[in-house]
Ligand binder design. Structure first.
Ligand SMILES: Cc1cc2nc3c(=O)[nH]c(=O)nc-3n(C[C@H](O)[C@H](O)[C@H](O)COP(=O)(O)OP(=O)(O)OC[C@H]3O[C@@H](n4cnc5c(N)ncnc54)[C@H](O)[C@@H]3O)c2cc1C
Length: 375
C-alpha cells in the first residue's frame, strides 16, 4: 500500500501535522520508534505562555516579534482543539485558562521585567503589577522575600500526554495508521523524489514524507539532503517533577526566572525544568531533582511538606538559531518540522497549519514556513 503521507515521529509536532493532513483527506501513517509522546512531548509541562516566553528573549533578539505573533496565533487554536478532541475521542487535554504570575525577586528584576513588558507593546496590555495583601491573597504561601509579581491573564496550559493521546485517537478514528515501535531508518529516494522509508518493520512507501523526529531529526536527514539544509538541532535535557497535597492554594502558573510551578486540574503541581546539554542522556539525576525542589521552595517555603509524586526527563529539540525548521527540503516531497525547543506544545497548531499549507500547495514551497509571511 502507498500512503499519501508518512510522518516520522509521534510527538506533538508529528501528530499535529498528521491531524491537519488527515483532515484534508490524505491517507496518513505515523511511525514512532517508541510510543506516541515518548519523547519531549510526554515530558512537557504544557504551558502555553507566549508572553512569558517572549520575555526571556533579549532586547536584541530579532525573533522576539515573530515568536510573539506566532505564539499568540497558535495559542488561539487550543480551546477549540481541546473541545474537538474531547468530543471526538472522550480524551480531555485539560486546557486551562489559568493566567500566569511572574514573581520578581528584587528591584533589578522588576526593572528588567518592566523593560520586557515595554518590548511586548500592545500584546502586554492586560499585564498588571501586584504586591502586598493582593499578592498574598492571589498567591497564598508565596515567600515574603518576594516583593511583587506581574500577572498575565492570557496564558494557559494543557496536559501534553493527554493532548497527544487525544490527537492519536482522533487520527485513528479518521483512518490514519499509527505504528508504535517502528523506527524509520533511511529515507528512500528515486532521483530527486522521495518515495518512502526503510523502517525496522520493512518498507513503507508514500507520496510524501515529513520528518518530525524531535532531537533525532538530523540523523535521518543527513544522508539525503545537503548539509546546509540539515537543521542544527541538539538535545537539551529537561528534568521535571510532580508534587501533590498539601500544596498552597494557587491557581495560575507561577513562572519565575529559574523555575516554574503549574497547578494541574487534579490538584497536583508540575515543577520544572532543568536545561542541560548532556547529549541523549534522559536520566533523572539527584542533582536535578534537588535543584528544582530548592528553587520551588524559595518561592513557596511550605512546599517542603508537599508529597513528592515522581520525576521524569525529556530531550527538547533545540535548533542553534533558536527557530524551529518547518518546511520543504531540497528533495521533492520531503519535509521537516523540528527544533521547537522549549515551546513545541505551544507552537504545534501553527506549525501544523503552516506545513499543511506548504504540502497542499496553498503556500509557496518554502523551507521556512513559520517565518514566511506569504500565503
Ligand atoms: C521538561 C520539559 C518541559 C517542557 N515544557 C514545555 C511547555 O511547558 N510548553 C511547551 O510549549 N513546550 C514545552 N517543552 C518543549 C516541548 O516538549 C517540545 O518542544 C516538543 O514536545 C517537541 O515535540 P516534537 O514532536 O518535535 O518532539 P518529540 O516529542 O521528542 O517527538 C519526537 C518523536 O520522534 C520519535 N522518533 C525519533 N527518531 C525516530 C525514528 N528514526 N523513527 C521513528 N520515530 C522516531 C521519538 O520516539 C519521539 O516520540 C518542554 C520540554 C521538556 C523536555
Amino acid at each position: 500500500m502507498i500512503d499519501d503521507l508518512l510522518v516520522v515521529g509521534g510527538g506533538i509536532i508529528g501528530l499535529s501535522i498528521a491531524d491537519a493532513l488527515v483532515r484534508e483527506g490524505m491517507a496518513v501513517r505515523v511511525l514512532d520508534s517508541d510510543r506516541v509522546a515518548s519523547g519531549a512531548s510526554g515530558a512537557a509541562a504544557g504551558m502555553l505562555a507566549p508572553l512569558a516566553e517572549a520575555l526571556v528573549h533579549s532586547d536584541s533578539d530579532p525573533s522576539l516579534n515573530p515568536f510573539l505573533r506566532l505564539g499568540l496565533e497558535s495559542l488561539s487554536r487550543f480551546e477549540s482543539l481541546a473541545h474537538r478532541l474531547r468530543d471526538e475521542t472522550g480524551i480531555d487535554p485539560e486546557f486551562e485558562r489559568s493566567g500566569l504570575w511572574r514573581p520578581v525577586v528584587d528591584d533589578d528584576a522588576q526593572r528588567e521585567a518592566l523593560a520586557g513588558l515595554a518590548r511586548l507593546g500592545a500584546a502586554g496590555d492586560g499585564i498588571e503589577w501586584c504586591q502586598g495583601e493582593d499578592l498574598q491573597e492571589a498567591l497564598p504561601g508565596l515567600s515574603e522575600a518576594i516583593p511583587g509579581a506581574f500577572h498575565s491573564p492570557l496564558e494557559c496550559h494543557v496536559r501534553p500526554p493527554l493532548l497527544a493521546r487525544g490527537l492519536a485517537a482522533s487520527l485513528r478514528s479518521r483512518g490514519a495508521v499509527i505504528e508504535e515501535g517502528v523506527s524509520a531508518m533511511r529515507v528512500l529516494r528515486e532521483g530527486d523524489r522521495v518515495v518512502g522509508l526503510e523502517t525496522s518493520a520493512g518498507l513503507r512507501r508514500a507520496g510524501r514524507v515529513v520528518v518530525a523526529a524531535g532531537a533525532w531529526t538530523p540523523a535521518l536527514l543527513e544522508p539525503v539532503v545537503a548539509t546546509a539544509e540539515v537543521p542544527a538541532i541538539a538535545p537539551v535535557r529537561g528534568q521535571i517533577l510532580s508534587l501533590s497535597a498539601p500544596l498552597p492554594a494557587v491557581r495560575g502558573i507561577v513562572y519565575a526566572r529559574d523555575v516554574y510551578c503549574v497547578p494541574k486540574r487534579d490538584g497536583s503541581w508540575i515543577v520544572g525544568a532543568t536545561e542541560e546539554r548532556v547529549g541523549f542522556d534522559r536520566r533523572v539525576t539527584a542533582e536535578g531533582v534537588a535543584l528544582l525542589l530548592e528553587r520551588a521552595r524559595a518561592l513557596f517555603p511550605a512546599l517542603e511538606s508537599a508529597s513528592f509524586d515522581r520525576a521524569w526527563a525529556g530531550l527538547r529539540p533545540v535548533e542553534a538559531t533558536g527557530w524551529p525548521r518547518v518546511g520543504a527540503t531540497g528533495l521533492e516531497d520531503l519535509f521537516v518540522a523540528a527544533g521547537h525547543g522549549r515551546n513545541g506544545v505551544l507552537l504545534a497548531p501553527i506549525t501544523a497549519e503552516r506545513l499543511r499549507d506548504v504540502i497542499t500547495g496553498k503556500r509557496p514551497r518554502t523551507s521556512d514556513a513559520l517565518l514566511d509571511s506569504s500565503g
